[in-house]
Design a protein around this ligand. Structure first.
Ligand code: ZN
Ligand code: ZN
Length: 415
């Protein structure tokens, strides 16, 4: 019996190989940490096999389970949530310092934490962020290679395809994931190389404009201007780790992104699709900014979760990422709401509230926290992407001298 809902194991294996090779790009002798929900152990095994086949020194498994996490959030003593033992943080920091690569496999119930007190979730998140600070810093700065890939899960598949049987929904979600990561019968590695070339051309085009600001407008109420930091760099597709290895942080990825000036954002952004965040859905929401900070917000559903996100810390009300995705991107073309940010953010222009990527400003990887702040970079223990791209979105770039260039017309690249 196949554990993959009728999808040939050879194709699933090709996906595992893609994560090991194109994704984290395992180097001989390297340690690779695999983060994986326990229920996806069959897929984790395939990934581990491919990681060893690529010459890894050791595969380290870090299992997780949203069911157990839910129980922890509901019932653990508050002190236990607020303080992560040093050894646990060190288990992350230790491998990060040794240059380990990280493969994160995701795929769980989008509403796993519905009804959980967001403040209790936040306690643990903050404590973990501090305990494993070195690990998170090295990942955000791309010093260590990392990649994220998704595997279907029953409740997730049922949410995406409510009209199908469990079996059919799982098969369908597998097919869509494989299509999204370009495993469709051709040479996937070559397809990724071509894709990277396209993304990087767009990055160099926007770098050459060197916009000071971007203005967004559409018919659902978005009318918003965001400043970009001086010396910002547009990134997309593959990145180069501190070790020199080229890796792909997200599979799939269709976005190009850069660093907003977290002190310069004015106007209102209206959500284009629901956001699955911390195991809860936030729907029909809007955020209004003044001087870079969210000063007003609303949500049709999930207001409590949105409030908790915004109130995490000082930086959680400011932007850390500006990302552009054409409305006709292959994932957007699937016309499917995935209830999973890895997919939905690659179907729509988006922003992220919270910490910035230091790699998106010239010299950023070598900057101290203070230097990054002085340049307009944002700090937070959060990084929450939310989607604003619609079929009628227009984006105008504004240069330092006031010159305006339309870069996005009706949801897609203007040129
Ligand atoms: Zn993004
Ligand atoms: Zn992001």
């Amino acid at each position: 019996m196949s554990g993959f809902y009728g999808v040939e194991e050879s194709r699933i294996r090709e996906y595992a190989r893609l994560l090991a090779r194109t994704g984290v790009n395992v180097q001989p002798g390297q340690e690779i940490v695999i983060n994986c929900p326990a229920e996806h152990f069959l897929f984790a095994r395939l990934v581990a096999e491919e990681v060893y086949a690529a010459g890894a020194r050791e595969v380290i498994l870090r299992w997780n389970d949203s069911g157990i996490s839910r129980l922890t959030y509901l019932h653990a003593a508050e002190e236990a949530l607020a303080s992560v033992p040093e050894w646990r943080g060190e288990s992350y920091n230790y491998y990060a310092r040794r240059g380990a690569g990280q493969i994160s496999i995701v795929g769980s119930d989008p509403e796993a934490y519905k009804g959980v007190d967001p403040e209790r979730m936040q306690l643990l998140e903050k404590a973990m962020d501090q305990a494993a600070a070195e690990h998170y810093r090295r990942i955000m700065a791309s010093e260590n290679p990392w990649t994220i890939g998704a595997v279907p899960q029953r409740k997730w598949a049922a949410k995406v395809f409510p009209g199908l049987s469990e079996e059919a929904a799982m098969t369908r979600l597998w097919e869509m994931i494989l299509k999204a990561v370009r495993i469709d019968g051709g040479d996937a590695v070559q397809a990724w190389e071509n894709h990277n070339r396209f993304l990087k051309e767009k990055c160099r085009m926007l770098d050459a404009y060197g916009f000071a600001k971007l203005h967004y407008k559409n018919g659902i109420g978005t009318d918003f201007t965001v400043g970009l930091v001086k010396g910002h760099i547009w990134e997309g597709g593959s990145e180069t780790a501190g070790t020199g290895a080229v890796f792909e942080a997200n599979m799939p990825t269709e976005e190009i992104f850069t660093m907003p000036d977290c002190r310069m954002a004015e106007g209102t952004l209206v959500s284009a699709m629901p956001l699955c965040c911390r195991g809860n859905l936030i729907c029909d929401f809007s955020l209004t900014f003044h001087e870079g900070r969210v000063v007003d917000y609303s949500a049709g559903e999930g207001l409590e979760t949105l409030r908790a996100v915004l109130e995490t810390d000082e930086g959680s009300r400011r932007l850390g990422e500006v990302a552009i995705v054409p409305y006709d991107s292959p994932i957007s073309q699937m016309k499917t709401l995935f209830y999973n940010t890895l997919f939905d953010e690659n179907a729509s222009c988006h922003f992220a509230l919270g910490r910035c990527y230091p790699t998106t400003i010239a010299g950023g990887a070598g900057m101290s926290k203070e230097e990054l702040s002085a340049a307009g970079g944002n700090h937070s223990s959060n990084h929450v992407d939310f989607m604003v791209g619609t079929a009628d979105l227009c984006i105008t770039g504004i240069r330092e001298n006031g010159e305006e260039i339309r870069i996005f017309e009706n949801g897609n690249w203007a040129e």
